[in-house]
Design a protein around this ligand. Structure first.
Ligand SMILES: CCCCCCCCCCCC(=O)SCCNC(=O)CCNC(=O)[C@H](O)C(C)(C)COP(=O)(O)OP(=O)(O)OC[C@H]1O[C@@H](n2cnc3c(N)ncnc32)[C@H](O)[C@@H]1OP(=O)(O)O
Length: 219
């Protein structure tokens, strides 16, 4: 799995690149929201597109050959900055901010117009993705990581666009299988429930638990 790598990084450099990455991703998220909601005329859209094309060309001057991958270092621990749900450097990620309280995980995220499904409501696929991430992270955090084998999602009531809380915890393990559960909540209460099976893949079995977390972990 060449997309996992280990690198040395100083605390100062980490602080610097964190700020740069968060700034850029935040700017692009703002651009996406502005794009969804803009009501300006054609001339302004054309002018904006020129600016966007110039910015894209600037960023393309030096690119990674592929995805960001997952990088480990002594200073930063695991950096999954390209992750589609939590990636610090990925403007597609809402992003969900994760916090850990023992084996319980809480993700907070503010879902704006870019995440709409039904009118004014969050797209169901986005909610499933957030739950996948949180449940997988709960298994990983409990030391029993795995790839998502099955994820069951029950949409109990509509999730209005806006602030959302995702909760996840490990329910039980059976050998190399971890069973995790979770919910999505808003001011309306629990809107979505999920349970999932996370499986340590064959190629990671036989490694130490620490190495398995390192090589299978993706959250
Ligand atoms: C570090 C941490 C991470 C941390 C994670 C952090 C957050 C992650 C969040 C994002 C998660 C993702 O998106 S992950 C990406 C989406 N998922 C994937 O791409 C997974 C693709 N699928 C696979 O790679 C594979 O099918 C696996 C790994 C799921 C299983 O393959 P395998 O390893 O060959 O499994 P195998 O030996 O045949 O079976 C082992 C046991 O699992 C059962 N089993 C096999 N497949 C499934 C299944 N889909 N659903 C249920 N159960 C299954 C079998 O019946 C068997 O049970 P028994 O007979 O032993 O009882």
């Amino acid at each position: 799995m060449s997309e996992y790598s280990i690198e040395e990084i100083t605390a100062d450099h980490l602080a610097h690149i964190t700020a740069v990455a968060q700034g850029l991703a935040g700017d692009v998220r703002a651009l996406v929201d502005a794009t969804v909601r803009t009501q300006v005329g054609d001339d302004d859209v054309a002018a904006a597109r020129e600016h966007i094309a110039a910015a894209t060309a600037l960023l393309r001057r030096e690119q990674l050959p592929g995805a960001f991958g997952i990088r480990f270092s002594a200073t930063a621990g695991k950096r999954n900055w390209g992750n589609a749900m939590v990636g610090l450097r990925n403007p597609v990620a809402p992003p969900m901010h994760m916090s850990y309280d023992g084996e319980k995980i809480t993700g907070t995220v503010d879902l704006g117009a870019a995440y709409e499904g039904p009118a004014g409501l969050v797209h169901g696929g986005i909610l499933a993705a957030l739950l996948d991430q949180a449940l997988g992270s709960a298994a990983e955090n409990a030391g029993v990581p795995g790839m998502t084998g099955t994820l069951n999602v029950r949409y109990r009531q509509a999730t209005v666009l806006g602030p959302v809380t995702v909760s996840a915890w490990l329910d039980r393990t059976e050998g190399i299988k971890s069973f995790a559960k979770g919910t999505v909540s808003t001011a309306d209460g629990v809107t979505v429930e999920a349970d999932g099976v996370f499986i340590l893949p064959r190629w990671a079995r036989g490694q130490s638990q620490e190495d398995a977390v390192r090589t299978v972990g993706e959250g």
